[in-house]
Ligand binder design. Structure first.
Ligand code: SER
Length: 322
């Protein structure tokens, strides 16, 4: 039987693609998209859609009951750069929301919860190359603090109440559908808009900044895979390390220049450089591969070619120039 799903943060970078993906798998009526401040795109409107503030536990309970939800993907959160501008708000949105969703879930018969952690959970004490699953987690951003605390809370709800919470540490995500908002890895999406629209881009990170990244189709695949795996294959309820590929801003620019002749990138690092420098350059995801068979489909050239083709079609409808 198909799960009855609620996705919070549906208008966000992951939600905007996860909702249509889950609807294609489980049926439109079985996937409820919850939005808050942003209205989201038309693709959210071909199934149940509601406005929900996850800061309000009673409202979360009401939504779970009304739609007879048994599976929650709790994606509503602030990203790293926005979080550094307003750390108090980042704590409130990221932590109160998670606690409300976990508590509402365990008291209302929800059987599974998904929650996204991030490379932001790591800090300067983790090895920069191939950060292992059990690296020390000492993040220096409020976003990272909420990711570490959130992982611990997910693990607590599993240990104390038996709630089946599953959690992935996503790398920076690159999507052709929804631009990210307020992240440190946003440059890797913005650069495509620059290439298509003006043939140039000013990057807010240094050219040699290497970060772990992933194309959104792989992120969707990993998310569904970890949620559908039998419980015996997912023993970890803290976040699983997850990797696809790593590149520097300069490597991405060169790869793009192969397909967009004359593409020019200049570098003007801002406050986000400090955040990027506190994160690992690559991630060891051996456990995810071993436990539930994780394997990405896209490498850097594959992602760049597909992303450029999709975004070009979207930004330049036939016969028009942007
Ligand atoms: N993409 C996120 C950010 O940059 C990292 O998880 O904040």
């Amino acid at each position: 039987m198909a799960p009855r799903v609620l996705v919070t943060g549906s208008a966000g970078q992951i939600g905007a693609e996860l909702v249509p993906h889950l609807r294609s798998l489980y049926g439109k009526d079985n996937v409820v998209a919850a939005i808050h401040t942003s209205p989201g795109g038309p693709s959210l409107r071909d199934g149940p859609l509601l406005t929900l503030d996850t800061g309000n536990q009673a409202a979360v309970v009401a939504a779970l009951k009304e739609y007879k939800v048994d599976t929650v993907y709790h994606l509503a959160a602030l990203l790293s750069a926005t979080g550094e501008k307003n750390p108090q708000l980042a704590w409130t949105v990221n932590m109160d929301g998670l606690r409300n969703v976990l508590e509402a879930s365990r008291t209302n018969g929800v059987s599974q919860v998904f929650w996204p952690s991030s490379i932001g959970a790591f800090g300067p004490d983790a090895p920069r190359a191939n950060a292992p699953q059990n690296a020390p987690l000492t993040p220096t951003t409020m976003y990272g603090v909420t990711k570490v605390a959130g992982e611990l809370l997910c693990n607590y709800y599993h240990a104390k109440y038996g709630l089946d919470v599953r959690c992935l540490r996503y790398p920076g995500l690159i999507s052709s559908v929804t631009p990210p908002g307020g992240g440190t890895t946003d440059y890797a999406v913005e650069i495509f808009y620059g290439a298509i629209r003006t043939g140039s881009y000013t990057c807010f990170l240094r050219e040699d900044t290497v970060l772990p990244m992933m194309y959104m189709p792989d992120a969707l695949k990993a998310t569904v895979q970890v949620m559908e795996a039998p419980a015996s294959k997912v023993p970890r309820h803290l976040g699983y390390n997850l990797a696809a590929f790593s590149f520097s801003a300069g490597m991405l620019a060169s790869e793009l220049a192969k397909l967009v002749p004359g593409f020019r990138v200049t570098y003007a690092p801002d406050s986000r450089q400090k955040i990027a420098d506190s994160w690992p350059q690559s991630i060891d995801d051996t456990e995810a591969r071993r436990d539930w068979g994780w394997e990405p489909d896209y490498d850097l050239p594959g992602m760049v070619a597909d992303m450029l083709a999709k975004l070009t079609t979207r930004l330049r409808p036939e016969g028009k120039t942007v």
